[in-house]
Write a new protein. Structure first.
Length: 370
């Protein structure tokens, strides 16, 4: 039987509460669907700092590197506001991304029909929305050198960040976008600022060349990133897959996120290069939200972003496409039936806590899988 190694890092705040609901689904899949998942669990963030004085221990880092996929909850909270910068809770996530070389960040923006009223846009603009933003995660202006503030000696200072991309970085992120497009609507829109940035000119050239060389069956468009932002709020359903750099991706994915309603609904995946021998990509799946200290421990957090992150894991790390579709359908059905956590509550709906939301989705998943 296939063995699938999952490393769970629930983290802080609502992370462990949301992860508990995923664990139930894993247990069910192992018992009834030959899931074959083995799970190990570690500490990340503030809880790791309390235990080891580091945001993730070397031992847990090694487990993350060896796993087929990492499921990550959330980190941080006021308790650790004053810990030294290098060991702050977020440093655990940054180390995971860096050491696992997770260069491709996938953020789907899906608007469940039952939640179209929760969007800041008109329901008809977002109902049925299903777009995927593929953001380059390890290069660009957040990492380019020089990166500094220099004193000009005349009472002025100068802040410098450097936007820099090499051909290989653009090729590999474009490849991920084209490959994912083939599993969806077969369309990619690449966004940059070639009108004012040299890195944008190169981005455009490399995406075009990659498309021509290997992916000409996929439809490709180019859009300036500012126009792309405008189109995302004007007519978001025109997009299938959007590929863009680290900075523009950071902003555009947050814009797309708010089209769908609550933070508690948004999953994400971060992928590395395929292993030369096995073809497997290193991968980490996490909800977009943080540790929500304001509601932690109250049993009211929405576990859907975490459960939907697990659905992405089934799809992208294990090619369990049918199971991923079924889990996503289970989430949609439960929302259709008017079951809601507080963050997505609507008139006439039934409000439930974290555990009941998880149980209801699991029951629906079982019914759909039967
Ligand atoms: P947050 O996402 O934790 O919370 C923002 C708001 O959304 C809060 O009111 C919270 O209650 C609500 N919310 C978030 N997720 C929810 C869910 N699943 N169900 C219901 N409501 C939900 O962001 P924040 O308040 O800016 O940050 C809190 C802590 O989390 C900080 O320490 C921050 O550094 C950390 N953080 C961690 C990550 C991560 O682990 N990837 C991401 C963002 C923030």
């Amino acid at each position: 039987m296939t063995v699938r190694n999952l490393f769970l890092l629930p983290g802080d705040g609502i992370g462990p509460e949301a992860m508990a609901e995923v664990r139930k689904i894993i247990t069910y899949m192992n018992a009834e669907m030959a899931g074959g998942f083995t799970t190990d669990e570690g500490l990340v963030g503030g809880c790791a700092y309390d235990a080891h004085g580091a945001a993730i221990s070397d031992a847990d880092m090694a487990k993350a590197m060896a796993a087929d996929a990492v499921l990550f909850g959330a980190v941080g909270g006021p308790k650790w506001d004053d810990v030294p910068y290098e060991v702050r809770p977020e440093a655990g996530l940054l180390r995971l991304r860096k050491d696992m070389e997770l260069f491709a960040n996938l953020r789907p923006a899906i608007c469940y029909p039952a939640l179209s009223d929760a969007s800041s846009l008109k329901p008809e603009l977002v109902e049925g929305l299903d777009i995927l933003i593929v953001r380059e995660l390890t290069g660009g202006v957040y990492f380019g050198e020089p990166k500094e503030i220099i004193d000009l000696g005349n009472g002025q200072k100068r802040g410098i960040d450097t936007q820099v991309y090499d051909t290989y970085e653009i090729e590999r992120i474009a490849g991920v976008a084209f490959e994912l497009a083939r599993t969806r609507g077969n369309r990619v829109c690449s966004m940059e600022k070639r009108n004012v940035m040299k890195s944008g000119v190169l981005w455009n050239q490399v995406v075009t060349a990659t498309h021509k060389a290997k992916y000409s069956d996929v439809a490709l468009d180019h859009m300036l990133a500012d126009a792309g932002g405008m189109q995302l709020v004007r007519a978001p359903k025109q997009f299938d897959v959007i590929v863009t750099d680290n900075l523009f991706g950071d902003m555009l994915s947050d814009v797309a996120a708010m089209l769908t309603g609550s933070l508690g609904m948004l999953p994400s995946a971060s992928l590395g290069s395929p292993d030369a021998k096995t073809g497997k990509r290193k991968a980490l799946y996490e909800p977009v939200h943080g540790s929500a200290p304001d509601i932690a421990g109250k049993g009211i957090a929405n576990p859907i972003a975490m459960i939907a992150s697990f659905a992405m894991c089934l799809r992208y790390s294990f090619n369990l496409v049918k199971e991923a579709d079924t889990l996503e359908k289970a989430i949609a059905n439960v929302l259709d039936k008017g079951v809601r956590t507080g963050d997505i509550m609507a008139d006439g709906a039934r409000q439930v806590g974290t555990v009941e939301m998880g149980d209801t989705i699991l029951a629906e998943f079982k019914a759909l899988s039967a």
